[in-house]
Design a binder for this molecule. Structure first.
Ligand code: SF4
Length: 370
């Protein structure tokens, strides 16, 4: 079963920490873009492809009207077998009210993900967000009133002046809302963004504080019934993101829109980040990023992002029994330091291990590929 991803690269205003591709929202351009999306989706007609997720990401997909979102959903339903699909839309709290949320439900969206980021207005101001927490609260409650049961919220860790107490207060405020899923990301200063200055660096969490904040967030979220299932993702039982799980399980997906990535028929490719080119091209341009991804390596690389981890038996099949033995020994050493769990031939990272996941995964890949 495939996943479908639709990229909506429009934002009302650029946030100073963001390095995602997006341009300023303009109604005319957005309408032409939606038409180009439908044209590209239609190109897959007649192939009988099945999909069980459709994800509108951005940018800010909620700047589109519910009618435009509905048109894209309908096009997907005509072209793909899309029964019982999880259909997610990322939303900026400023761009929705209960009426629009009802229209989005009617259009087929059944999961909504709000970029809340913090419950503290000072931190939201620092991040250059357009909303205050009251607006975010109202948006989440309006989504519940409009019939959404599956509601996600993003939380940003490590903004200026944050400490473990203020972070716990933000987590509690989010947990008091009717959310079923929370993504908690560590603020990363991306090169070339307005945040890429020594001044901003000096104001935001250093590595030590960021580790404390992350572990505090994990603990507080778990206390509130949000179970960690991936480095940055937490869900109430039954509400893991089906779409994002596809990425981490190495399953295939088709991406539509400027800057959208795809992994389809064994090849990874992307559409260049250029809205005008996307609108003007009869079919979306394609740049191959990986001709033949190493599926064994990806199993380790992606699987260790998940709390359920990777199977040592599977490693023996993908590599060799001897390599799986070496890997298990290395994992047992790290387990003694509380970074890794080894249970019934399943190897996974602990919350402390997630903090140094890049180093651990590189070490494991080294063992497997030498
Ligand atoms: S709204 Fe989201 S995608 Fe747009 S600039 Fe802000 S963080 Fe980036």
């Amino acid at each position: 079963m495939h996943g479908l991803y639709v990229h909506i690269p429009f934002c009302l205003r650029k946030c100073p920490y963001c390095s995602f591709y997006s341009v300023r929202f303009e109604e005319d351009t957005a309408e032409k873009y939606v038409q180009a999306l439908c044209r590209n989706i239609e190109a897959y007609e007649g192939r009988g492809l099945k999909a069980d997720t459709l994800y509108f990401g951005g940018g800010t997909p909620s700047v589109l009207t519910a009618e435009q979102v509905g048109r894209v959903v309908d096009e997907c339903r005509q072209v793909f077998v899309l029964d019982d699909a999880e259909i997610t839309l990322e939303a900026n709290p400023c761009t929705v009210d209960e009426q629009k949320l009802r229209q989005l439900r009617t259009a087929g969206v059944n999961r909504i993900s709000f970029g809340i980021q913090s419950a503290d207005d000072k931190r939201l101001g620092f991040l250059g967000r357009l909303h205050d927490f009251r607006t975010a609260e109202n948006a989440v409650r309006a989504a519940a009133a409009a019939g959404f049961e599956n509601i996600s919220g993003d939380l940003m860790l490590g903004t200026a002046g944050e400490n473990c107490d203020s972070l716990r207060a933000s987590v509690e405020a989010l947990c008091a809302l009717p959310l079923t899923h929370i993504s908690a990301y560590m603020l990363k200063i991306e090169e070339g963004t307005p945040f890429d200055t020594d001044k901003v660096r000096s104001m935001t969490a250093d590595d030590e504080l960021m580790s404390d904040l992350y572990l505090a967030a994990v603990e507080q979220l778990e206390k509130n019934g949000f179970v960690q299932y991936e480095i940055s993702n937490f869900a109430k039982e039954g509400y893991e993101s089906r779409h994002n799980n596809k990425y981490w399980l190495g399953e295939e997906y088709l991406g539509f829109g400027a800057a959208a990535h795809s992994y389809f028929e064994g090849v990874r490719y992307c559409c260049p980040p250029d809205v005008q080119r996307f609108i003007e091209s009869p079919l979306q341009p394609k740049e191959v990023t990986e001709e033949a991804p190493d599926r064994a390596e990806e199993y380790v690389l992606l699987g260790l992002r998940l709390s359920k981890g990777i199977s040592i038996d599977r490693i023996a099949e993908l590599y060799s029994p001897a390599k799986s033995h070496d890997l298990k020994n290395a994992a047992l050493e790290l387990a003694a330091h509380g970074l890794v769990r080894v249970r019934e031939n399943v190897l996974s990272l602990t919350a402390e291990g997630f903090l140094v996941s890049n180093t651990i995964i590189a070490k494991f890949i080294d063992i497997l590929s030498c």
